[in-house]
Design a protein around this ligand. Structure first.
Ligand code: 8YV
Length: 320
């Protein structure tokens, strides 16, 4: 008998067909208040779970006595309680690497659109306000030849460094748990402390995963270190930043602007002060959201699932 697995996120039919060769698939395009009770019922029998964003904690695992593997369609796995999974002998997997280039493209987009005020000026043109020449008040700041500080030099950080180094002649500083010799050799990246990075960078790009150690990594003190002319970019997780401290730094003019793909609360609350600031570019967590990359991520997650359920070590097993 094929093992029952649950897919709880919309994925391409090809991904479902691939899994269905070896598993009985129960498919939810989304979990909402209507589908949640059925999902919980199916969970009683499920051996695998595939999707992204679902909080997999003790409470949920208590409803899943036969679960063997949880496969995130994401590189981040802050939604998984790894201790609870390990206690129960359940594997967790993620989808690294396949999204590096796409997320790096998003980050370059945020850097460029914040520095050159692209969304703001787009709005200005489309609302018919371009009536004469461009006044100096609409000028932006250069990106090329500036200093880019990358906090978190993993796969995505390295892909950003590559673009910034070869495409924009930027000087790269980075801070990471461990030295990244590859990025140093290939992109001339210089390792430095958080404080030095924050003080010297024209663009500070936060790319670290969310862990208990990185909650509020950027707070009041860190924004105070940044230059008044600097731009802050966050495409990691909202909780890596003390959002109130960021808002205050922007309101006080302690930093020039921010480009944000992630927020503490998503979808972002309509009254969040960040939404009414012209020097802040906001995106709805689109980091990896292209057709091609989301397909690759889902296929990678499916491969992890099938491999794990066949009794082998999945390619992207998360090691605690
Ligand atoms: C997506 C991400 O938001 O991979 C991650 O960790 O943050 C993004 O790629 C996620 O996969 C949600 O679907």
């Amino acid at each position: 008998m094929k093992p029952k697995i649950i897919v709880y996120k919309k994925v391409d039919r090809k991904v479902l067909d691939f899994i269905a060769d070896t598993c009985e698939v129960v498919y939810f395009e989304n979990i909402d208040s209507e589908t949640y009770p059925v999902f919980l019922e199916e969970l009683q029998e499920a051996q695998g779970l595939l999707g992204s964003g679902l909080k997999v904690d003790k409470e949920l695992l208590d409803q899943a006595p036969h679960l063997k593997i949880v496969c995130n369609i994401a590189v981040g796995y802050d939604n998984l309680d790894l201790i609870a999974l390990t206690e129960r002998g359940i594997m967790g997997t993620n989808t690294p690497d396949v999204l590096n280039d796409t997320v790096a493209d998003t980050i370059m987009g945020l850097i460029l659109s914040t520095a050159r005020r692209i969304p703001e000026l787009n709005q200005w043109v489309k609302t018919g306000q371009w009536e004469s020449g461009l006044e100096e008040k609409w000028f932006g700041v250069d990106v090329h030849h500036k200093v880019l500080g990358i906090i978190g030099m993993g796969g995505i950080g390295s892909s950003v460094a590559k673009r910034a180094h070869f495409g924009f002649d930027m000087e790269i500083l980075y801070h990471n748990r461990t030295r990244n010799k590859d990025a140093e050799e290939k992109y001339g990246a210089t390792y430095c402390s958080m404080e030095e990075l924050l003080k010297k960078s024209d663009f500070v790009c936060l790319m670290t995963p969310l862990t208990p150690d990185t909650v509020n990594l950027m707070g009041k003190r860190e924004f105070e270190f940044m230059k008044e002319s600097a731009i802050f970019i966050n495409a990691s997780r909202g909780k890596t930043v003390d959002e109130d401290a960021l808002i205050q730094a922007l309101q006080k003019g302690q930093i020039y602007g921010a480009g944000l793909d992630v927020f503490i609360q998503e979808p972002v609350k309509k009254d969040n002060p960040l939404l009414s600031m012209n020097n802040v570019v906001t995106l709805p967590h689109i980091g990896s959201a292209t057709y091609e990359t989301r397909f690759k991520m889902a296929m990678t997650a499916a491969t992890n699932l099938v491999t794990g359920l066949q009794g082998e070590i999945p390619p992207n097993l998360i090691k605690k």
